[in-house]
Design a protein around this ligand. Structure first.
Ligand SMILES: *[C@@H]1O[C@H](CO)[C@@H](O)[C@H](O)[C@H]1NC(C)=O
Ligand SMILES: *[C@@H]1O[C@H](CO)[C@@H](O)[C@H](O)[C@H]1NC(C)=O
Ligand SMILES: *[C@@H]1O[C@H](CO)[C@@H](O)[C@H](O)[C@H]1NC(C)=O
Length: 425
């Protein structure tokens, strides 16, 4: 169902993008700071002074010491980029002006702006304290919580908060001096071919590290979508891959590497049409809290991931995720092997959950650590119907731009910690 691929496909159409690996000197990179908290017991949390970075693909990338784009549209400059390694050495990525890129932070709040005329919104990653590596989240037997205000986010838009198995340093290396601070190394379970450099220790057998992605190869990795949503619908979805990531694939060889559709829980799709939306149990005209718990078989962070549970908090009340009301489905209200199997056998879902190893790939990736991603995007071609269209939500299908040319989402009050420690009434 999930279709993050669309984001990558759209970028080259609407944003002046070019790609590279050295550090440009025209605009200093000042990563907007974002406070979040690490919790051990309810009310016992420690503030962490984090910051965000925008994806490398969104940055001006030009020849080192000059002003010539490394890539124009889909065409690499043949002089700067005669081959993949030289290209990586010759191209520099610039710092960005975050406000003009639609990124605003204040204390513990992060606002992303989508331009619904150009169909461009940012994709951001949370950096660690050194601002040279990504903040890693080891999710097994832990809980991740945030507040969201998506009252402006309408049909056909996706305010997403998710985890991707990116490289700790964004693949920084001799030919990639930019690294995580400049948002390099994106990967996900759609194996996007939009990244224009291979950034990570992509695979033990690949010698194509830190080179320009002149062939548009895919970069695959495990992905956990905590939140893909607008004010009408939301889903949380597992997307496992058959190998630990990030790793590359090429053409048809990318098919079946990862569970691209994923095993999703969308309350509307599971038959409860009164739970989430404007004026409903979770009232999306107002801010609310989203809690996601990653439970293991033995209740220890060293255990194996078995269940992903969701709670909401709004107006001082805890709301459990509603149970499935689909005829023939046991009343699951969380994602587990049993739930995903029932999706297949009873709801005819076409995921590759079992083929990619069930919960195990995510369990392994959660042990290594995942990078936190924020994005806001739309699909003017009606490609968000898997999230909010007939069967999945109350949207007719298509993009609702009646809110005007700028749409904001604000994520705030991010907390991570032991189960039960990140929310208070
Ligand atoms: C967090 O870091 C930013 C950027 O380094 C700094 O300006 C700010 O004062 C820090 N805030 C706290 C609470 O430490
Ligand atoms: C799943 O497929 C079977 C066989 O084609 C069909 O009878 C059933 O109605 C389908 N179930 C759903 C929920 O679409
Ligand atoms: C979006 O957020 C920015 C930063 O807070 C603000 O300047 C802008 O007015 C907001 N736009 C809308 C439509 O709310």
């Amino acid at each position: 169902m999930s279709c993050l691929r669309s984001l990558v496909a759209l970028v080259p159409l609407f944003v002046a993008v070019a790609y590279g690996q050295q550090i440009g000197t025209n605009t200093p990179e000042i990563n907007p700071s974002l406070l979040w908290e690490e919790c051990t017991f309810p009310g016992l949390c420690q503030k962490v002074n984090g910051s965000v970075t925008i994806d490398a693909n969104y940055r001006w990338t030009h020849n080192v010491g000059g002003y010539t784009n490394c890539k124009n549209g889909n065409t690499w400059d043949a002089t700067i980029c005669p081959d993949a390694t030289t290209c990586a050495e010759n191209c520099a990525v610039e710092g960005v002006d975050y406000a003009s890129s639609g990124v605003f932070t204040s204390g513990n709040a992060l606002t992303l702006s989508l331009n619904t005329v150009t169909n461009s919104g940012p994709r951001l990653y949370l950096l660690g304290a050194d601002q040279k590596s990504y903040q890693m989240f080891k999710l097994n037997q832990h809980e991740f919580t945030f507040d969201v205000d998506l009252s402006q986010v309408a049909c056909g838009m996706n305010a997403a908060l998710y985890f991707s198995e990116m490289d700790l340093h964004g693949g920084s290396a001799s030919t990639n001096k930019a690294g995580a601070k400049f948002g390099t190394g994106y990967c996900d379970a759609q194996c996007p071919s939009g990244d224009n450099f291979f950034n990570g220790q992509v695979s033990a057998t690949s010698d194509l590290l830190n080179q320009a992605n002149l062939e548009n190869n895919g970069i695959c990795c495990n992905e956990m979508d905590i939140w893909e949503a607008n004010r009408v619908s939301n889903a949380f979805t597992t997307h496992g891959c058959s190998q630990n990531g990030p790793y590359t694939c090429s053409g048809a060889g990318c098919q079946g590497q990862c569970d691209g559709n994923g095993c999703a829980f969308n309350a509307f799709h599971q038959g409860d049409q009164q739970f989430y939306g404007s004026g409903l149990t979770i009232d999306t005209t107002k801010k609310f809290t989203v809690v996601t718990q990653f439970l293991t078989n033995n209740g220890l962070s060293s255990g194996h991931l078995t269940e992903i549970r969701r709670l909401y908090v709004q107006n001082g009340r805890i709301h459990e995720n509603p149970p499935t009301q689909v005829k023939g489905m046991p009343p699951f209200n969380s994602v587990s092997q049993q739930y995903c199997d029932a999706q297949r056998t009873i709801m005819n879902a076409t995921n590759l959950f079992d083929e990619t190893g069930g919960m195990e790939p995510l369990s392994n990736a959660f042990e290594t650590g995942m990078v936190l991603v924020f994005s806001l995007w739309d699909d003017p071609f009606g490609g968000m119907t898997w999230l909010d269209g007939p069967g999945a939500g109350s949207c007719p299908g298509g993009l609702d731009t009646s809110g005007g040319p700028v749409v904001n989402v604000t994520f705030s009050n991010i907390k991570f910690g032991n189960i039960g420690s990140t929310f208070l009434l």
